[in-house]
Write a protein that binds this ligand. Structure first.
Ligand SMILES: Nc1ncnc2c1ncn2[C@@H]1O[C@H](COP(=O)(O)OP(=O)(O)O)[C@@H](O)[C@H]1O
Ligand SMILES: [Mg+2]
Length: 253
């Protein structure tokens, strides 16, 4: 059974059919990419799967269980984490505190609050911090642990978001344009980081415009065009698909 199954998924915003009857499934442990021109519905698809939007029609299943209509919090508890196309970092907090927010989202809220009061539970706060520091090392940000987020370069913030998502201990992580706005060197670093995340056993769903990165990392690729599924397959299949070449690669590559 696939880890994630999406069936006939649609959402309409007034007259805009942002996602239309899209179906696909993702096996556990793979890197699955979603590509398509701007406005194709990639971010909307992520918002549907992660519970930000409720679908107009269709089904989403995680491990066979229907999850459409569940809140982002419930889905996080079931092992979903994501990053955002537009950075959502708390700029007035330190880097490590931002990562700790991810762990906070995973842990029992009341216990976490209590951790600030009760000495026995304060240890847990220390554990969360230690875990967050380890994740910062994992994403290559050990130099920034106590730096305020607003003093960090953009490329580092993109990786900080990935660290925060990893702090939720996800089974499946959704990365929305993790290399957008990065220079070639930073893009290669993110490429390597995504590989590391996948090697750690986390299923990766990636939206990215950098075709080299997509072709390099992806086990399978879904191509969206005007909210519809245009094609799905391996990198090789997608590269040679005439519809894809006409609609997307032809204009970009
Ligand atoms: N909340 C919303 N309200 C109205 N239209 C939306 C909303 N979210 C997305 N859309 C529209 O859905 C379409 C797909 O957008 P999006 O998913 O952001 O595309 P992509 O991420 O592929 O660039 C666009 O036409 C966009 O304007
Ligand atoms: Mg987008």
């Amino acid at each position: 059974m696939a880890l994630l199954e999406v069936k006939d998924l649609s959402i309409h915003f007034g007259g805009v059919k942002a996602v239309q009857n899209v179906s696909f499934s993702i096996d556990a442990g793979i890197v699955y990419s979603v590509i398509g021109p701007n406005g194709a519905g990639k971010t909307t698809l992520f918002n549907l799967i992660t519970g930000v939007y409720k679908p107009t029609t269709g089904e989403i299943r995680l491990d066979g269980e229907a999850i459409h209509g569940k809140s982002p919090n419930e889905l996080a508890e079931r092992g979903m984490a994501r990053t955002f196309q537009n950075l959502q970092i708390c700029m007035n907090m330190t880097a490590v505190e931002n990562v700790m927010v991810g762990a906070h989202l995973r842990l029992d809220r009341n216990l976490f609050k209590a951790a600030f009061r009760l000495p026995a539970l304060r240890r847990r706060d220390a554990e969360v911090r230690e875990e967050a520091i380890q994740l910062m090392q994992f994403v290559g940000l050990e130099a920034y642990v106590n730096e305020r987020a607003d003093a960090m370069p953009y490329g580092a913030l993109k990786r900080l978001e990935i660290a925060r998502a990893l702090a939720m201990k996800p089974r499946i992580i959704f990365l929305d344009e993790p290399a957008a706005g990065l220079n070639p060197k930073e893009t290669i670093e993110v490429d390597h980081l995504v590989r590391k995340v996948a090697d750690a056993g986390i299923t990766v769903v990636l939206v990215e415009h950098d075709m080299k990165m997509v072709m390099n990392l992806s086990d399978r690729i879904l191509v969206l065009d005007y909210g519809k599924k245009l094609a799905e397959g391996t990198g090789e299949e997608i590269r040679n698909n005439p519809d894809v070449i006409a609609a997307y690669l032809g204009t970009h590559a």
